[in-house]
Ligand binder design. Structure first.
Ligand code: GUN
Length: 291
């Protein structure tokens, strides 16, 4: 079994980006900039936003966090997005999801200029992804594709089974693996909670992508021998021995599934770190396009 080291690959990508940005600093030129907008005080969202901002600064990008209170209205948030749509110092705009109930998430996503939508959530970017045109790939699926490429895992003609149909992971990764491109060209099945017995699908996977959001959901009996297993889950489970009283586990029962898989991503340290690396990549790409 080979452990797919997302921490190592994400560090490589961040180093590659840092090398590209350094000469801009040396020449006193504009550098790529990302603004992250956080509405409310959700602790997990706050942690993610801080991590994204720190990662930007570490490689020499400009970073700003806009913190808005939980009572912010849709109108107010729209006007903040508009401000950054028109600010040429910021090449990427990320509104951290989920948003408070009074705000229509779709409306906010659609208000971000597609050229600055480094999350790849705007309908026009989603459409471009589906029809195989260049676009911003959503960061988590993009990270998965990058891991498969850098570990030279064959995808052409392989059966990729995606468990989960979210707009952030399940739908985009399925569409990306379907494209007639290097690093994709797969046979793709998407399955989800309405399937009843999910194992009839998961057992067929050469590459199994678990994006369900339920701790240790994929058990060894659901996985074919020598499958490649990609675990997107980030779940908190109680752990009396841990300092914080909880630990983070994936959607895959790692201990048992790792014994029969050919490759597997751990949690933490697999897909998670890749999401931030690809966000930086998208911001750099937006910067290049703007020049
Ligand atoms: N919330 C959870 N994942 C994400 C993400 O990738 N982007 C944004 N904007 N919010 C999220």
């Amino acid at each position: 079994m080979i452990l797919i080291d997302g921490k190592k690959v994400s560090a490589e990508i961040k180093n590659e980006l840092e090398e590209k940005i350094k000469p801009l600093h040396d020449a006193g030129e504009k550098v790529p900039g990302l603004v992250t907008i956080l509405v409310g005080e959700d602790p997990a969202s706050s942690v993610y936003v801080n991590m994204k901002s720190k990662a930007c600064l570490k490689i020499g990008m400009l970073s700003k966090i806009e913190r808005l209170n939980a009572e912010t209205t849709e109108e107010e948030l729209l006007s903040v997005v508009k401000k950054y749509n028109n600010d040429s110092n910021f090449h990427g705009i990320l509104v951290q999801l989920p948003l408070p109930k009074q705000i229509d998430e779709d409306k906010i996503i659609e208000s971000i200029l597609p050229e600055k939508d480094v999350d790849g959530f705007h309908p026009s970017n989603v459409g471009n992804l589906v029809i195989g045109k260049d676009t911003f790939f959503p960061c988590t699926p993009f990270g998965i594709v990058e891991l498969l490429k850098r570990y030279k895992i064959e995808t052409k003609g392989k059966h990729v089974v995606v468990v989960g149909r979210s707009n952030i992971v399940g739908k985009p990764i399925a569409n990306m693996m379907l494209q007639k491109k290097e690093g994709a060209n797969s046979i793709v099945t998407i399955c989800h909670s309405a399937a009843g017995d999910l194992s009839q699908y998961t057992k067929q996977a050469d590459i199994l992508i678990a994006a369900i959001g339920r701790a240790n959901f994929i058990t060894a009996d659901m996985v074919k021998d020598d499958a490649v297993v990609i675990d997107v889950g980030i779940n908190r489970v109680e752990d009396a021995e841990a300092k914080k009283g909880y630990k983070i586990v994936g959607d895959v029962d790692f201990e048992n599934v790792s014994q029969k898989s050919s490759y597997i991503t751990p949690v933490p340290g697999g897909v998670g770190p890749m999401t931030i690396a690809m966000l930086l990549w998208n911001t750099y790409k937006s910067f290049l396009k703007s020049n």
